[in-house]
Design a protein around this ligand. Structure first.
Ligand SMILES: NC(=O)c1ccc[n+]([C@@H]2O[C@H](COP(=O)([O-])OP(=O)(O)OC[C@H]3O[C@@H](n4cnc5c(N)ncnc54)[C@H](OP(=O)(O)O)[C@@H]3O)[C@@H](O)[C@H]2O)c1
Length: 245
């Protein structure tokens, strides 16, 4: 697959899954915007990694929970690279919290980053993305397991799955496909933070291969979705979880 001449925005690409997605899209030839909210040093390191392999990338700061910053992210991308073909709405937050401990502030912050950020980035893509473009949103396979303490996080991802379905028919006439990836447990800060080794091992045993997913497992699936051969797939949520559920 060649993404030569294409331009991608990957939100939350300073670390974790987004970092690997940015690196792999650049390896396939895309020019990549490495979005981050606070971690400039790590975002710059991703850009350097891409440039050292002969790719082109730029780190652009934007808190995607703020619509004005989402708009600025897209206008800076267009100024820098002149077009937009791929949007990976990867940025997201997750902590395990029992319902009794969920605050209004926490609830609003989850929806602002995971749902509002994704939605208004899609709105910018509707305005600026080239014909033949691809959008990949992010859900989670944890929703299917109905585990305790994930209620707010899973609710945000349910909203993302539904907005992906709803938007497919608005993007179709522009020849843009939009899908959702729902990873299982992936070895990143988001998943590992605050979990005991025993708990992590129990998650390892829940899929078909007895290991955690790696960011590459998810980036590989995104490479399939941005391939021209995947253009009949739209409005879908694809569970990429090693058979977790
Ligand atoms: N890891 C898993 O097991 C797993 C499973 C299912 C789904 N997912 C989903 O996969 C996606 C990536 O997760 P991950 O595990 O790679 O997470 P991660 O390692 O915690 O990385 C999160 C990234 O999102 C960025 N970010 C956070 N808030 C932001 C905001 N307001 N604006 C812009 N960027 C923001 C962070 O930027 P800074 O570094 O600047 O803070 C960072 O680059 C998320 O949508 C998550 O829900 C992950």
């Amino acid at each position: 697959m060649s993404l030569n001449g294409k331009v991608a925005i990957v939100t939350g690409a300073s670390r974790g899954i987004g970092r690997q997605v940015a690196i792999q899209l650049a390896q396939s030839g895309a020019k990549v915007v490495v979005n981050y909210s606070s971690n400039q040093e790590k975002a710059d390191e991703v850009v350097n990694t891409i440039e050292q392999s002969g790719g082109e990338a730029a780190a652009i700061r934007a808190d995607i929970s703020k619509v004005s910053e989402v708009e600025a992210l897209f206008s800076e991308t267009l100024e820098r690279f002149g077009r937009l073909d791929i949007l990976v709405n990867n940025a997201g937050i997750m902590e395990c919290t029992a319902i009794a401990d969920v605050t209004e502030e926490m609830f609003d912050r989850y929806f602002a980053i995971n749902v509002k950020g994704t939605y208004f980035a899609c709105q910018q893509a509707m305005k600026h993305m080239a014909k033949g473009g691809t959008i990949v949103n992010f859900s989670t396979s944890i929703s299917g397991a109905m585990l305790p303490t994930y209620s707010v996080y899973a609710a945000t991802k349910g909203a993302v799955e539904q907005l992906t379905r709803q938007l497919a028919k608005e993007f179709g006439p522009k020849d843009i496909v939009i899908n959702c990836i729902a990873p299982g447990q992936v070895s990143t800060e988001l998943f590992l933070n605050g979990k005991s080794e025993e708990l992590i091992n129990s998650y390892r045993r829940m899929n078909a291969f007895g290991r955690l997913g790696e960011p590459e497992d998810i980036a590989n699936a995104i490479e399939l979705l941005v391939d021209d051969k995947a253009r009949w797939i739209t409005g879908q949520t694809i569970r990429v979880n090693g058979g977790f559920n």
